[in-house]
Design a protein around this ligand. Structure first.
Ligand SMILES: Cc1cc2nc3c(=O)[nH]c(=O)nc-3n(C[C@H](O)[C@H](O)[C@H](O)COP(=O)(O)O)c2cc1C
Length: 380
């Protein structure tokens, strides 16, 4: 696949597009736990940066994944990991804690005609083994959330030419990532779908919206900033560029597209705009994350419900998801989504991106020139 089609409209080159070697500074948000290979390859093939969320993969699966992505596109792509793969309390969590958390889901399993899952000892996935496999596989880009990778990992990426993208939910997290030597930063506002990857303070104390976060991160660091959270159409992209972002990361609107790995019911739920409300909950996995408000999020919000530490809660809820999905019970499935679900209308990623680029292009150069000419912190 040749990613460059010279008949398409052009986009102003930013440091980010040069750094990543992409035509359009549009990044598909990685979706941890989803098999998004087709979407990842389609976005990269289009000239953006497709990403794959590999946090739930074992090291040998990461090796195979990178080979698969390399075979499906000549263009750059990102593989994403979580720096922190378990909560401190996970190792000490016992059978009694599991049974208390399972009790909250008992009526749902009963409704679905299934026995709730039995207690299983916990087998952690280790970031250090994952990242060793990732570095060996040498993907063009390594992106991550939930922290700053060890210095030797970043040094090895630099040596091999693997570009690194960290995720900040507050300006001080962005500064920590810059000091560690990452190449670019995703500034992720709380509108975003999926997990809040906060690492300096609790996620609940780090809830900054995209409109506030992006310009403060742009002011705080010298690195290219990628805006994420709530961007789902031309208006969002133009707004992000006007805030000083050099690129955008789009999650929810692309999760709705074919090949994202989300079920068709999930994709329909996002793009049909049938749900108007999302919720932040720890109930899906043990860590704060955003999804469509449904009966499952309400279950977790009920008084007295105990949530297991990450990733134990994730393993428990996964059992319910498998049964509920096959029974077509969307109300009992984690319907990951950001607040801009109501703006997502496309099932075809390339058609969506083509339309977005064509719409943004006439304005993009002017907005980028305007913001680049502005002295830092100038706001008039
Ligand atoms: C289902 C789902 C899974 C996600 N998993 C990850 C992940 O593993 N790593 C990560 O950095 N971001 C993850 N995100 C965040 C997205 O990559 C992206 O930054 C976010 O969705 C952007 O906000 P938006 O949903 O409003 O477009 C996930 C988002 C969703 C919806």
């Amino acid at each position: 696949v040749n990613p460059i089609d010279t008949t398409r409209p052009t986009w102003p080159e930013t440091r980010l597009s040069r750094l990543l070697g992409i035509r359009y500074p549009i990044i598909q948000g990685p979706f941890g736990g989803f098999r998004s290979q087709r979407l990842t390859a389609a976005v990269s093939g289009f000239g953006g940066l497709g990403s794959f969320g590999a946090t739930s993969l074992q090291p040998d699966e990461i090796t195979a994944l990178v080979a698969e992505l390399r075979a499906s596109t000549n263009a750059p792509f990102a593989v994403n990991l979580w720096i922190s793969t378990e909560d401190e309390a996970a190792r000490g969590s016992d059978r009694a804690a599991f049974e208390r958390s399972r009790a909250a889901l008992a009526t749902h399993f009963a409704e679905l005609g299934r026995e709730p899952p039995a207690y299983k000892p916990y087998l952690p996935i280790r970031f250090d083994a994952q990242v060793r496999a990732l570095i060996e596989a040498n993907p063009p880009v390594f992106s991550f959330i939930y922290g700053v990778p060890p210095a030797e990992v970043l040094a090895e990426c630099r040596r091999r030419g693997i570009r690194t993208i960290g995720t900040a939910t507050t300006p001080d997290e962005a500064v920590a990532l810059e000091r560690a030597g990452v190449d670019a930063i995703v500034a992720s506002g709380f509108e975003a779908g999926g997990h809040r990857g906060s690492f300096l303070r609790a996620a609940e104390d780090s809830l900054v919206g995209t409109l506030s976060l992006v310009p403060q991160v742009v002011d705080a660091v010298d690195l290219p900033v990628i805006a994420a959270g709530g961007i789902a159409d031309t208006r969002g992209v133009i707004a992000a560029l006007a805030l000083g972002a050099e690129g955008v990361q789009i999650g929810t609107a692309l999760l709705a597209c074919e090949g994202s790995g989300a079920s068709s019911a999930h994709r329909r739920a996002i793009s049909a705009g049938q749900f108007t409300r999302t919720a932040l909950t720890k109930g899906f996995t043990g860590r704060l994350a955003r999804g469509i408000a449904n009966r499952l999020t309400a279950t977790f919000a009920a008084p007295g419900v105990e949530i297991l530490p990450y990733p134990l809660q994730r393993a428990l809820v996964k059992e319910l998801t498998a049964v509920a999905e096959s029974a077509g019970r969307d109300d009992l499935v984690p319907m990951w989504s950001g607040q801009s679900a109501g703006l997502a209308h496309q099932y075809d990623a390339v058609a969506f991106l083509r339309e977005l680029v064509a719409d943004v292009e006439p304005l993009a150069q002017a907005v980028v020139s305007w913001i680049q000419a502005k002295p830092r912190r100038a706001c008039s």
